[in-house]
Write a protein that binds this ligand. Structure first.
Ligand code: SF4
Ligand code: SF4
Length: 164
């Protein structure tokens, strides 16, 4: 079979990303971002840190985060209206607060696990936060090139895909 082309990888990546977006729409487990960090996640931070972040945002030293940002690292892809790229690792991330609060929501976590299994099988990185969609696709392409397991997973995936 032919080599797996980047165009196909990009298409599948975006489809999985959209699937994940739909899942988070169906189960709105996440918070709102009304002063720079997720309100639901606020409970996990100490007041001193929150105060520091608020001051930095007020002073224009930090953009409003509009993503989980649980390390307070300033991601180059964050903007005041949200994320400006499509990072799969970030998309499938849920914080400890969500894991605890919704631990009985089996349908949500089962669907999330299936998506994580799918990206792992295809070599799409699960833990590359603060990076662009293109960076994650570059890594995936490298894995296809260097790992027979990942290459074969893509070949199987493409075969099934083409039959649809
Ligand atoms: S995963 Fe947690 S911190 Fe991130 S948006 Fe959802 S609730 Fe907020
Ligand atoms: S890439 Fe990840 S960390 Fe950066 S803004 Fe987007 S969701 Fe947030």
């Amino acid at each position: 079979m032919d080599e797996i082309e980047r165009k196909f990888v990009e298409k599948v990546y975006d489809e999985i990303f959209d699937e994940a977006s739909e899942l988070f729409k169906k189960y709105p487990v996440c918070g709102t971002f009304d002063f720079g960090i997720c309100r639901k996640n606020i409970a996990t931070y100490d007041n001193e840190t929150l105060h520091k972040i608020e001051k930095e945002i007020e002073a224009g030293k930090r953009k409003s985060c509009n993503c989980c940002n649980d390390t307070f690292e300033e991601c180059p892809y964050v903007s005041e209206t949200g994320c400006t790229t499509k990072n799969m690792s970030c998309k499938l991330f849920v914080c400890g607060w969500v894991m605890n609060k919704y631990k009985n929501n089996k349908k949500f976590f089962d669907s999330l696990s299936k998506l994580k299994e799918k990206i792992n099988m295809l070599g799409i990185p699960q833990y590359r936060y603060f990076k662009s969609r293109e960076h994650l696709i570059d890594i995936t392409m490298d894995k296809i090139k260097n790992s027979n397991f990942i290459k074969n997973s893509w070949k199987d995936y493409k075969e099934k895909y083409d039959k649809h």
